[in-house]
Design a binder for this molecule. Sequence first.
Ligand code: CMP
Length: 133
Amino acid sequence: MKNTLAIIKPDAMIKGHLDNIRKDILDNGFSIIEEKTLHLSNEQACAFYDIHQDKPFFDELVKFMTSYECHVMKLEKEDAVIEWRNLMGATDSQKADLGTIRQKYGTDISMNATHGSDSNENADKEIRFFFNG
Ligand code: CMP
């Protein structure tokens, strides 16, 4: 079994999709090992997304992620990283396949409902960022 980090982002939280997305996660065979709702500070959002700090969308990303509460989850499943990325769909909600979480609950490339780690190495780092390993 492997773990990944999932975040339900402010757009989906504001629209009340927390329970729908949790249900999709559980229905697709993941276990939610740990979870919490929190309102990210500017400092936390900058630190979490530091890999993107030189990107043109960085300021917009931090502003969005701090605009309201997020729900963070440590997920477990065989091949959790790839399985969660498949369930989320493409980063841009406009391009995400029908039935994926980002297609169902997101709007575009910045308001895309959820985040997922992109590798096992980053999953470990991101899980440690919010939980005790
Ligand atoms: P996420 O999986 O959280 O990882 C980084 C985030 O940056 C990504 O989802 C998008 O929400 C955001 N992002 C990526 N590319 C762009 C872009 N071109 N414009 C705005 N936001 C972007």
